[in-house]
Write a protein that binds this ligand. Structure first.
Ligand SMILES: Nc1ncnc2c1ncn2[C@@H]1O[C@H](COP(=O)(O)OP(=O)(O)OP(=O)(O)O)[C@@H](O)[C@H]1O
Ligand code: SF4
Ligand SMILES: [Mg+2]
Length: 317
């Protein structure tokens, strides 16, 4: 198992109290697995991704364990995480392509990043060039400033940089969101290529766009309001989702062409609960069309079938 997460809790400390953005996540990602992470804006996807690499205030580690390739990751200790960061676990942060230093040419930017991580850029130059070829970028980009590149080109540069040290796990946070549809498809395929070429062993692809996940993910994990709702093989999540929230998410996506109910929803009515003081019991209760008394208690996130886990009393009933 490449990644195993047990009971992970990460909150944001604010003047009004703790925002319980990740409130007890347990899941695993297998060797070679591309796991999609989906859910509405604000449900905690980036918090989960970021907590596996760098917990910066106001983020606060509250509890839980993370194992990567069998080794515990000291995610609560910034310094002890340093040897793992980018070498064992790497991230393409949300908005990364817009954060490239505009005053540096790409070549220099990569050199400085590698040196900051204690790696000689000269040794890695041949591999860097090979990877630029693979993402269909000319070596000329090394002599260019970020502003001279299109969005898709910048995103591919960021993908190459973040995987140059062959991390075991890559977290890709909304890497396709800002791109046009045809570029999205290419970039998504390239992520799969990175796994197939073994630049990374496994991957968490964060997106609110399930159609991208349907294209590239082996499994999908759906979050709702800081909790895990459902995880399963992509086909099962798309064709036979068991959590009412996943069912609504999927049925509001006409392009996948799957209908679970006769009703077509253009969205999910209502909004998620506040994470400052989340309600007891199932956090989806207020919006759930099939809620019943028992939902005042929190449902466990349990396996229904091999590799298919759901947190819903109806699914387990
Ligand atoms: N710095 C912060 N301080 C306080 N609360 C925060 C902070 N950053 C995020 N949050 C809260 O934590 C929750 C989870 O945020 P997160 O960014 O993980 O969501 P997300 O699922 O990645 O959303 P999106 O799809 O919009 O990127 C949200 O309710 C958000 O308001
Ligand atoms: S536990 Fe209850 S409220 Fe929550 S999703 Fe299932 S049926 Fe709906
Ligand atoms: Mg996010």
């Amino acid at each position: 198992m490449a990644l195993k997460v047990e009971g992970l809790r990460v909150y944001y400390q604010t003047l009004r109290g703790d925002v319980r953005a990740l409130d007890g996540a347990s899941f695993s990602v297998g060797d070679g697995e591309i796991m999609g992470l989906a859910g509405e804006s604000g449900c905690g996807k980036s918090t989960l991704g970021r907590s596996l690499i760098l917990l910066k205030p106001p983020m606060k580690y509250v509890g839980g364990e993370v194992l990567l390739d069998g080794d515990p990751l000291p995610i609560w200790d910034r310094e002890r995480m340093a040897p793992y960061r980018y070498k064992k676990v790497s991230i393409i942060p949300q908005q990364a392509m817009n954060a490239l230093n505009p005053t540096r040419k790409i070549g220099r930017l990569i050199r400085e990043l590698l040196e900051a991580r204690g790696v000689s850029s000269r040794d890695l130059l041949p591999e860097l060039k090979r990877r630029l070829d693979l993402v269909e970028l000319s070596h000329e980009v090394l002599k260019m400033y970020p502003i001279e590149l299109s969005g898709g080109m910048k995103q591919r540069v960021v993908m190459v940089i973040s995987t140059l040290l062959d991390p075991s796990l890559l977290i890709a946070d909304e890497v396709t969101s800002a791109l046009d549809v045809s570029t999205q498809k290419r970039v998504a395929e390239m992520l799969v290529g990175f796994r197939d070429h073994k630049f990374v062993r496994s991957m968490i692809v964060i997106t609110h766009d399930i159609s991208i996940l349907y294209q590239i993910a082996d499994s999908i994990l759906v979050m709702y309001a800081g909790k895990l709702a459902e995880k399963g093989p992509t086909e099962a999540i798309v064709r036979r989702p068991r959590h009412p929230y996943t069912q609504l998410l999927i049925s509001s996506l006409p392009e996948i062409g799957v209908r679970h109910t006769e009703r077509r929803l253009s969205g999910i009515p209502g909004s998620p609960p506040p994470l400052l003081e989340p309600p007891q019991g199932c956090r989806f209760r207020e919006r759930c069309p099939v809620a019943f008394d028992r939902c005042r208690e929190e449902p466990p996130f349990e396996e229904l079938a091999p590799g298919h886990l759901v947190a819903c009393w109806r699914a387990h009933g």
